[in-house]
Ligand binder design. Structure first.
Ligand code: TTJ
Length: 635
């Protein structure tokens, strides 16, 4: 082996050593997110081969040992000697760190032609990785361990397949938090890749359990089918999925959208198949084009008069589900999490392609154009009404008593130290008020169930007393008025009974926060209190259990004889000392923080629509599919 270790080999190992030293630079983190990015880095290469037109199928498997196998039916990574490196192409791909790594040199790799740079990063961060290139009837195989070549590329016997097969096991020395892959995380991203790469068939198979689990994603309609999928449990306003595609210079543009009868806007944008949750210039170009075209169209068709105020972008996009996907050679990313596109040339590219093709579509489909404009006019009216209602809220909220009658405020006015408990009903409100720390804990009792805002527009919800009280208490305003810097509390804690009604009220509150104050959740201010389910008393000792498993644990500790077990039905059953020490005392309590993972943001919208929307059938299916996960359901 020493002969192999010339200067080049040492330089190669140093390159991969750098990856192992600072993995976050290359895959963002070594948490569960970074672990799953390993799979995307490998699959991206097969996607590139599909975009080049040579691969139609990509199979991803989670093996029993929690290693991952990715097989594509492309041309196979080149095995010929790469003259610059004096090594087979495939060995270069896996052992030489290329510039342009995800977080290393500059922007993302480019899909559609230039092959991904992630393979060598994945190799460096894997305990072992094996690649088999099936080409010319032979399996050409090589194995690496933590990036080190174990043997030269070898003939590993015959094959009647053509393509590339990669298997790797993440290194638990690097991924100390977890090396266990989550099926649903991979499922979401692989489905998204299939939507974004029309025609390619991607399968995911999990061999870890007795019962093998498998999903197949194959969308000839590409992002049009993505819009259909996102609108699946909503009521579409017209049958068409409006679609524009074209190339401007070296920028490929694809846009698809369809309005539904809800009041929320769901636009998801992508650059080179990578999601840009912070949007950027491609999304800006799309919004400008939409606003201009629909205002011209509405005036041209006399749906609005020249003297009427123009339709704002948000009016036109109310209820719209849209996918904007562009491919650009040198993307520049900006924003807090480097997930906002900065290339100014993308504005003009998207704008001109949408302008010419959407104008044509509306001329061909006047009824669709009319439907969209009418909804936009209604949205404009509601926005006007909401503005007036908000004026009222502002005026009323200055009279503390008016809207905040029910609120028991805390004395400390520093938002960093203050928290507000939203509790269900006056009895729980009473116990919470007596149990709390008055300096830092405010209590807002709600009278029973709040409005299901999933089916309501902003002017309607501003007419609801409970909603208004919360908005006023939080101090932030809502929707377009929302200003997180005005938040009066660092923590908003939903504290409801651990029963079905309590769960329903929590869900209604989360729907309101998600639809009208999503930043509250995204910035980590929303929590669910965890009252105990059981009180176990044995002689003088009293213990609390927050789950059935914990009850078992406690009983094993204190013995199963001569004890009394009380199953709490509601907060009202606890006296103030118990409520304080089990659920409210920051030193002893358990809180669950409500989070939205940007990478699966589109699934969150689909889930809220399914659970809270008008259609009953999808809700029943969701409940049946997920009932097995519910514990402690007391009917
Ligand atoms: C490169 O140009 C000529 C031959 O085919 C091209 C190529 O590299 N194709 C290719 C790479 N297909 N699939 C890959 C690939 C697949 C996996 C699973 C992992 C990696 C790193 C590359």
């Amino acid at each position: 082996m020493s002969a192999e270790y010339g200067a080049d080999q040492i330089q190669i190992l140093e390159g991969l050593e750098a990856v192992r030293k600072r993995p976050g630079m290359y895959i963002g983190s070594t948490s569960v997110k970074g672990l799953h990015h390993l799979v995307y880095e490998i699959v991206d290469n097969s996607i590139d081969e599909a975009l080049a037109g040579f691969c139609t199928e990509i199979n991803v498997s989670i093996n029993k040992d929690n290693s991952i196998t990715v097989i594509d039916n492309g041309r196979g990574i080149p095995i010929g000697i790469n003259h610059k490196a004096g090594l087979p192409g495939v060995e270069v791909v896996f052992t030489i760190l290329h510039a342009g790594g995800k977080f290393g040199g500059g922007g993302y790799k480019v899909s559609g032609g230039l092959h991904g740079v992630g393979a060598s990063v994945v190799n460096a961060l894997s305990e072992w990785l094996e690649v088999v290139v099936h080409v010319d009837g032979i399996r050409h195989k090589q194995r690496y361990e933590r990036g080190k070549v174990m043997y030269p590329l070898k003939d590993d016997g015959p094959t009647d397949f053509v393509g590339t097969e990669v298997t790797f096991l993440p290194d638990k020395v690097i991924f100390t938090e977890t090396t266990r892959f989550e099926y649903d995380i991979l499922k979401h991203r692989l489905r998204e890749m299939a939507f974004l790469t029309k025609g390619v068939k991607i399968t995911l198979t999990d061999y870890r359990e007795e019962k093998v689990r498998k999903d197949t994603f194959h969308y000839e309609g590409g992002i049009k089918e993505y819009v259909t999928y996102l609108n699946k449990n909503k009521e579409a306003l017209y049958d068409n999925i409006i679609y524009c595609e074209g190339v401007k210079g070296d920028i490929q543009v694809e846009v698809a959208f369809q309005h539904n009868d809800s009041y929320s806007e769901n636009c998801y944008s992508f650059v080179n198949n990578i999601t840009t949750p912070e949007g950027g210039t491609h999304l800006t170009g799309f919004k400008i084009a939409l606003t201009n075209i629909f205002n011209d169209y509405a005036r041209g068709k006399k749906i609005i008069k020249d003297s009427d105020p123009k339709l704002e972008g948000e009016d036109i996009r109310e209820g719209m589900t849209a996918i904007i996907s562009i491919k650009i050679p040198e993307p520049q990313f900006e924003g807090q999490t480097k997930q906002k596109l900065g290339n100014s040339e993308a504005i003009g590219a998207v704008q001109s392609i949408v302008n010419e093709q959407l104008t044509y579509f509306l001329e061909q489909n006047p009824n669709v154009g009319k439907t969209i404009c009418e909804k936009a006019v209604n949205a404009q009216r509601a926005r006007e009404a909401a503005r007036k209602a908000r004026e009222t809220v502002r005026k009323k909220s200055t009279l503390e008593g008016g809207l905040l009658g029910k609120l028991a405020p805390c004395t400390d006015k520093d938002p960093e130290k203050s928290e507000i408990f939203i509790v269900e009903g006056d009895s729980a409100g009473g116990s919470a008020k007596s149990a709390r720390n008055r300096a830092t804990q405010a209590i807002l009792p709600l009278r029973g169930k709040i409005l299901n805002v999933e089916k309501s527009r902003i002017d309607k919800i501003l007419g609801n007393a409970e909603i208004l009280t919360m908005i006023t208490a939080f101090g932030t305003g809502i929707h377009d008025d929302f200003d997180i810097s005005k938040l009066n509390y660092n923590k908003i804690i939903i504290m409801t009974d651990a029963d079905v009604d309590g769960a329903h009220i929590s869900t209604l509150l989360l729907t309101f926060f998600y639809r009208f104050m999503p930043e509250l959740i995204k910035q980590g201010h929303v929590y669910l209190a965890m009252p105990p389910l059981y009180k176990i008393a044995k002689g003088k000792t009293v213990r609390y259990a927050y789950s059935d498993d914990e009850l078992d644990k406690v009983l094993n500790e204190i013995g199963r004889e001569n004890n009394t077990i009380q199953r709490y039905k509601g907060l009202g059953e606890m006296d103030k000392e118990q409520l304080w020490e089990t659920t409210m005392d920051p030193e002893q309590r358990i809180l669950r923080r409500v989070v939205i993972d940007e990478e699966t943001a589109s699934e969150v919208d689909v889930t809220f629509t399914t659970l809270m929307g008008e259609k009953v059938e999808p809700r029943r299916e969701f409940i049946e599919a997920n009932a097995k996960y519910v514990k402690n359901l007391d009917i």
